[in-house]
Structure formats: C-alpha cells, structure tokens
Design a protein around this ligand. Structure first.
Ligand code: UT7
Length: 337
C-alpha cells in the first residue's frame, strides 16, 4: 500500500496510472465477404456466420503492418492533440510483422518522424495490445517516460493458408492505436490489470517464421497459422471470465459496475459465452467482428476507436478490455474513461 493511494497488489498506486487521451485506427480498403470465400475454399456464408458471426474482413493489398500502424498512430495523435515529436515511447503489438529486423515499431517511428521516441515490438498474439498497454503503464508510472503510442497492427492475410478453411475464414487485417499518458486524476484511467501466459499449450495455435525441415514439437512445417479451434475456444470461454473477475476484484468493482466489455473479437459465439458466464447482457459487449473478422492484436484498439468515434464511450464510463490468444496468453484491464 502506497502512502498516496491504493495499491493494486502489483506495486502500482491507483493515483499513479495512465489514461488514453487519443485513439486511431486504419483498415485496408479491400473487403472480402463470406460469399467471395465460398469461391475460394469449401465453406459457406451460413457456416461462417453461424459459427463465428463474421460476415466480412479487410485484406491488405498495398498496405503493411507498418503502414497501417503509422496511419492509426497519426489519427490517435491528432485525436489527442499531440505531435509525433512529443512521443516518448512506441510499443507495437503484432504477430504478423513483415520483417524480423528492424522491428516494426522502429519503422513506424521513422515513418511518423517521432524522433524522440524509443520503439520496440511486443508479440503476445491476440493479447498483445493489452500486454503492450501494461508495459506502457509500467514505464510511465515508473517515471521513465511521460507518454506512449500503444499499437496493435496485423496483416494476418499473409500468414494464413488460403487453402485451410478452418483458419482462413476467421482472420482480417487492420490496426488500432492509442496515445496514453500519465493520469493525475484519481479513479480515471487504468484501474487494474491482470495478465497470464501458459506456454505449455503453445501447440494449440502457432505459426513458424519460415518452413521447417526438422522434426519438432508442432506438426505443421509450413509458415502458416495452425490452430486447434476447439481447444482455443474452450480456453477462451473458461480463462477470459476468470481473468476479468480477477481484474475487477483488484479494482474493487463488480461486473454490474461495468458499462462496456471491449473484448478480443475472435468469434461472436465466444463473446456471447463469456457474457453468459459473467451474467451480463450482450448490450454491454460491443461487436465489430462481423465487419472486420479476427484482427488479433489490432482487435481491441480497433473496436475502442470505433466506439469512441461513434460516441458510444463517454467520459466517466467504466470499461473492461480483455484479450486471449496464442501462447497461450490472456489479459484483462479495468479502466474508467
Ligand atoms: O484469436 C484467438 C484465436 N482463435 C480463436 O479464438 C478461435 C477459437 N475457435 C473458434 O472460434 C471455433 O472453434 C471455430 C470457429 C474455429 C470452429 O468452430 P467449431 O464450432 O469449433 O467447429 P469445428 O472445428 O468443431 O468443426 C465443425 C465442422 C467440421 O466438420 P465435421 O468434422 O463435423 O464434418 C469442420 O471440418 O465444421 C467443419 N469446418 C467448416 N465447414 C465449413 C471447419 N471450418 C469450416 C468452414 N466452413 N470454414
């Protein structure tokens, strides 16, 4: 317990936290509908809608992780009324970077002209944005930096196997970014955060950086996404509600106190199952997976930006953000806007 505020159990003081002051997003122009997918693999619009709720997704043609991320950042900076030169830290969550070196965050820094910023990538798959947000929180509340751009950006269309109907119908491309800075107001900004990893189940969802010639733990040797959908589904439906309950407990709140649950948009059925477990109505669970599919680390910031721009997030509202994915990884964050 700190002398000046309430400890959240990890050494952070409630008074010393961060808030989101700007949001931005970017989606590639090209849309790919379920009907078009019917021409590509043995699937149907009805199956995809019924099992996932997805109707269409955006596919990058001329865009990259870096170009989408940079556009989302420019919009987040404009929204926050800040310039690129003012940015201290750039954290880019992605699992589909086109290049191993240099990291995508450094390329974004160059593209933005954020000459004073330190930049690096974080890969925690679909929980990546939350892990990056927590990292920014640690740096800023620790006093090392004053602010950060936290980004989730993916071009998953380049790492899915377009002949595998079990995965290619699920994913889409896009980016979302938030500008975060120190919050001086008590009870405004991030109130608590919980993260977790279970590396023993990495084989459930993986993708190599290059084709593999030797035997190893995971069967697929190509450089495409491999997923045991059923296992990920069970993991999400059990782990996410637990994680959210833990984060709420740390914040001294309950499910009934929350206005909006901004969840990773993997599958509308998963979101409905999580809502049911938490005994909360679906009106508190906004969805855009129907229009953008599963955009992994970009999903939460993309939806946040959409909700803000449409006036669905109001100052003073309490939000839960929660993501889960390969690793396996999971996280939840409670915040007051
Ligand atoms: O971002 C985090 C990572 N991913 C996830 O969160 C995904 C989590 N998992 C899921 O969302 C679901 O497990 C899926 C949507 C991937 C699959 O739904 P499911 O209800 O678990 O279906 P299933 O895998 O049990 O497959 C049912 C049937 C199978 O056919 P048989 O064996 O019953 O004849 C599949 O071969 O559906 C078949 N199937 C398809 N049929 C038409 C699988 N994919 C397709 C498809 N179109 N695209």
């Amino acid at each position: 317990m700190s002398a000046s505020g309430h400890s959240d159990g990890k050494g952070f003081c409630r008074k010393m936290t961060i808030k989101i002051s700007g949001t931005g997003s970017a989606l590639p122009e090209k849309r790919l509908t379920n009907k078009e997918l019917e021409q590509m693999v043995d699937t149907s619009d009805a199956w995809i809608r019924e099992r996932t709720g997805i109707q269409e997704r955006h596919i990058a043609e001329g865009d990259s992780v870096v170009s989408l991320a940079a556009k989302a950042c420019q919009r987040a900076l404009a929204d926050a009324g800040r310039t690129a030169e003012e940015v201290d830290l750039i954290l880019l969550a992605t699992c589909s970077a086109e290049m191993l070196l240099p990291c995508s965050a450094a390329q974004v820094q160059g593209e933005l002209g954020a000459v004073n910023a330190v930049a690096f990538d974080i890969n925690a798959a679909c929980a990546g944005f939350l892990f990056a947000l927590q990292t920014a929180r640690a740096y800023i509340t620790g006093g090392m930096y004053q602010n950060a751009l936290v980004i989730g950006a993916e071009v998953l269309s380049k790492i899915v196997d377009w002949e595998d109907r079990g995965t290619c119908v699920l994913f889409g491309d896009g980016a979302g970014a938030v500008f975060v800075e120190k919050s001086e107001e008590e009870d405004r900004g991030i109130l608590s955060m919980v993260q977790g990893s279970d590396g023993s189940r990495g084989g459930v969802l993986y993708c190599r950086t290059r084709p593999q010639e030797t035997e190893d733990a995971f069967a697929g040797r190509d450089a495409f996404v491999h997923m045991n959908g059923g296992e990920v589904y069970k993991f999400a439906v059990r782990q996410v509600p637990d994680c959210i309950e833990n984060a709420l407990k740390k914040a001294g709140l309950t499910v009934a106190d929350i206005d909006l649950f901004v969840l990773h948009q993997a599958n509308v059925r998963i979101i409905e199952a999580i809502a049911k477990r938490l005994r909360a109505g679906m009106e508190h669970f906004p969805v855009n997976a129907d229009r953008v599919g599963n955009t992994s680390s970009a999903a939460i910031p993309l939806l946040l930006d959409e909700l803000r721009k449409s006036g669905k997030i109001q100052v003073g509202q309490r939000l839960v953000l929660s993501g889960f994915g390969a690793g396996l990884t999971y996280g939840a964050c409670v915040m007051r806007w």
